[in-house]
Design a protein around this ligand. Structure first.
Ligand SMILES: *[C@@H]1O[C@H](CO)[C@@H](O)[C@H](O)[C@H]1NC(C)=O
Length: 133
């Protein structure tokens, strides 16, 4: 799993130049569309590029678990991400985007174990992991 996270992290650096509200650079239309109701785990969610990507995914009605470096950062990130409305007609009937947070690091085994216990809050284990750390 961590090899995947590393590869995605490398890819994510290419998206860092986009501006809030835009579809991040490097995301194809098909990829953006595929994010609807996907469960996405973000490491380093308080990084600027992560917030841009999380906002774009939230607008596509994704289900986000935002791992931040601190509790204060987490509250700020959730507020920023949920300030976006999903694009009209994107969410399937009876569904909505989700954005929940956690504060910790991948090097803390207790935290990682605790985090797996929270997957149910986004509907199950993540479909996608994005790394910005
Ligand atoms: C590691 O994570 C646990 C569970 O979240 C937390 O209680 C603990 O303070 C963390 N340790 C460090 C060094 O951050």
């Amino acid at each position: 799993m961590w090899r995947l996270v590393f590869l995605l992290g490398t890819h994510m650096q290419a998206t860092a130049q986009s501006t809030p509200g835009d579809v991040p650079i490097g995301w194809s239309t098909d990829y953006v569309r595929s994010l609807t109701q996907k469960r996405v785990l973000l490491w380093g969610a308080d990084q600027a590029a992560a917030i841009v990507d999380a906002q774009a995914a939230y607008k596509r009605c994704a289900r986000l678990l935002l791992v931040c470096s601190s509790h204060d950062a987490m509250e700020d990130v959730i507020a920023q991400v949920t300030s976006e409305e999903p694009i009209a007609g994107v969410c399937p009937p009876l569904s909505a985007p989700v954005a929940i947070g956690a504060a910790g690091t991948v090097s803390n085994a207790s935290f990682v174990l605790e985090l797996t216990g929270r997957y149910q809050e986004i509907g199950g284990a993540p479909d996608i992991v994005w790394n910005y750390v």
